[in-house]
Design a protein around this ligand. Structure first.
Ligand code: ADP
Ligand code: MG
Ligand code: ZN
Length: 629
């Protein structure tokens, strides 16, 4: 069917060319005689004389409204003369016949061309105007265009000749690819499935946080199956004119049906797919009409035509349940955050076009970037490349990539920010505190980098990551995490007997965890395994929209008391650890002040002091117990 469209287009082009050639041809014949040799205009009497004297070989007589208006003679030497006869050319004709000169009369020509040349400029002007209007509307993209093409779907068509995305460009997400293989098989050969009477899902919904490759995967499915791909964004259906969305949906499906096996991809479907009845206007607003039309279309087409509707969203919680019923988006695939292995693969895919130094270790970068999405990793490599260019290097080294990690996580370095010696020392102690508590705790994260170079909003910086991706956290681990977050503050208090504003963000994060422990995870002994408050949360975006309080004032007080207890216990623990490690704190703080950033082997060496000290204390302690008993 794609062929048919191409043919249509070809036909139009040919017609345009033919018309152009005809016009050019007519114009050239019209000017034909005058365009070659110059024409000398002579008095009519002289014209007759020349004919009589035998100079003229042929004559053309031009008529205008049945009167001869011009006579053009061709001379023996090939040049022309012309003249304007006085209304009657009987004598001329007689002479011509007598002398045997051929002559020709073209009577109608003139009127036709006169009319033509009268209207031609107008045709030209209108044409040019139309052309520019068209351009302008396309340029405006939004408003003006729609005024003329309300109902047309804006689906973009990615046809075969475009560079295609395939599964090779999608790294990791093996299970997702596995799930989609069946769909690809079906698109390649829908008849086979029909023969066996097998039912294939009409709709596939991709769920997951932004930047994890949902759009990329949908395009890759089309690329693998080598079928046309209609892509439209949910928000494009929602226009200010009532009924436009619905008619766009209709048009989109109509278009797709003429293409046989193909994919319709609705990106960010939550824009149209929200729960019905949630809008203003009592349940008949524009969006609902659009959604209803979408449901109708999805029910309407025959599954064996080979159309698959794919959609993506990061807000599945707000989707209308009707969309998820059988026969609609009944295949749901979660595209989650990449694992450490996936991240390594993604880095490799995006690193293909860049030159790296030999020592670059994608595995270690992958370990340093938990929580990064595919889009983040792409951005990370780009930042690294920019840094390398800025440093005039020929290739990207590990150092640039690590710097880019810090930049992406914490913001760019602030070289202009100048701290006093005292402030710098406080920042160093604070960061050392985090690192030491983290290392001393049994479940603490691994500290990859500590720095007193300020970045973004933070004065110091501390990159600590879990050993592996964690999906489940124990109560003890959460408590330890709070201790580690408060480690900076604890070090400040122990070493400087003073607290500062530098810990505000740490405190916020620690309190947040403690609150969740009590209210969401049911980890408080006093309150028991009950959740408190209904949370309205965007699951993939991790943003809390609001809370509905479903408990009494007394319980609220209890919750506050429990949260406070958790924080205080963790803080005491952090302080105790620091007090036991005074020597190590001093050593690492001094090293940090000197070097500004500690990482890699060097940092490992310093942090091993923490473990040594811990062992020494434990030994001393046990000795004391054994001697005292
Ligand atoms: P989403 O639609 O989930 O928000 P996108 O598909 O738009 O995410 O992904 C954004 C970009 O991130 C992609 O263009 C791609 O370059 C990169 N990306 C995301 N996931 C992957 C992946 N698994 N493999 C390779 N690149 C990826
Ligand atoms: Mg997307
Ligand atoms: Zn801190």
């Amino acid at each position: 069917m794609a062929e048919k469209n191409k043919k249509n287009f070809l036909k139009k082009e040919i017609i345009a060319w033919v018309i152009l050639i005809i016009i050019l041809f007519s114009v050239s014949t019209f000017f034909g005689r005058n365009s070659g040799a110059p024409v000398a205009t002579v008095p009519y009497s002289e014209f007759i004389d020349r004919v009589n004297s035998g100079d003229v070989t042929s004559v053309e007589i031009k008529m205008k409204e049945n009167y001869p208006s011009q006579v053009i003679g061709t001379l023996k030497d090939g040049s022309f003369i012309d003249s304007y006869p006085p209304g009657n050319i009987d004598t001329l004709e007689k002479d011509l016949i007598e002398k045997g000169v051929t002559y020709d009369v073209n009577p109608s020509n003139n009127t036709f061309w006169m009319i033509f040349w009268n209207i031609a400029p107008w045709i030209l002007i209108i044409g040019v105007w139309w052309f520019f209007m068209q351009k302008m509307m396309q340029g405006a993209g939004g408003g003006a265009n729609q005024a003329f093409s309300f109902g047309k779907s804006k689906a973009k068509l990615f046809l075969d000749n475009k560079p295609r995305v395939t599964f090779k460009d999608v790294a990791g997400v093996e299970e997702v690819k596995e799930e989609l293989k069946e769909i690809i098989e079906f698109l390649k050969n829908p008849k086979k499935f029909a023969q066996f009477g097998a039912k294939i899902p009409k709709g596939v919904l991709l769920l997951g946080p932004p930047g994890c490759g949902k759009t990329l995967i949908a395009r890759a499915v089309a690329g693998e199956a080598k079928v046309p791909f209609f892509s439209v964004s949910g928000s494009e259906f929602v226009e200010m004119f009532v009924g436009v969305g619905a008619s766009r949906v209709r048009d989109l499906f109509k278009q797709a049906k003429t293409y046989g096996p193909c994919i319709i991809f609705i990106d960010e479907i939550d824009a149209v797919g929200r729960h019905r009845g949630a809008g203003i206007g009592g349940g008949h607003d524009e969006r609902e009409q659009t959604l209803n039309q979408l449901l109708v279309e999805m029910d309407g087409f025959d599954p064996h035509t080979g159309i698959i509707v794919m959609a993506a969203t990061n807000r599945p919680d707000i989707l209308d349940t009707a969309l998820l019923r059988p026969g609609r988006f009944d295949r749901r695939i979660v595209v989650g955050l990449p694992t450490s292995k996936d991240r390594e693969e993604i880095l490799k895919v995006h690193g293909k076009k860049k030159t790296f130094a030999k020592e670059v270790n994608f595995k270690s970068i992958a370990q340093q970037t938990p929580g990064f999405t595919g889009a983040d990793l792409e951005n990370l490599l780009n930042e690294a490349a920019l840094l390398a260019i800025r440093k005039n290097k020929k290739e990207i080294s590990q150092q640039e990539i690590e710097e880019a990690v810090d930049k992406v996580i914490a913001g760019p370095e602030k070289k202009s920010l100048i701290l006093s010696e005292e402030e710098k020392r406080a920042v160093a102690i604070h960061e050392t505190g985090h690192a030491i508590v983290n290392t001393a705790l049994p479940t603490g994260d691994i500290v990859h980098r500590i720095s007193v170079v300020s970045r973004g909003m933070a004065l110091g910086y501390n990159l600590q990551l879990p050993e592996r991706d964690k999906y489940l956290q124990k109560k003890s681990e959460l408590m330890n995490k709070i201790s580690a977050l408060l480690g900076g503050r604890a070090a400040e208090e122990v070493m400087l007997h003073e607290t500062s504003t530098g810990a505000a963000n740490d405190l916020e994060r620690a309190t947040d965890i403690a609150r969740k422990m009590v209210r969401t995870y049911g980890m408080s002994d006093k309150l028991g395994p009950i959740t408190f408050g209904k949370h309205n949360e965007m699951i993939f975006l991790g943003k809390e929209l609001g809370e509905e309080r479903d408990y009494s004032e007394t319980t609220a007080n209890l919750i506050d008391a429990e949260v406070k207890k958790i924080i205080e216990t963790s803080y005491e623990k952090a302080k105790l650890l620091i007090e036991k490690q005074l020597n190590t704190v001093m050593t690492i703080t001094n090293a940090l002040l000197e070097k500004e950033t500690l990482q890699g082997e060097e940092l490992k060496k310093y942090l091993s002091l923490v473990k040594k000290e811990k062992k020494r204390i434990a030994k001393k302690h046990s000795k004391r117990i054994s001697t005292s008993s």
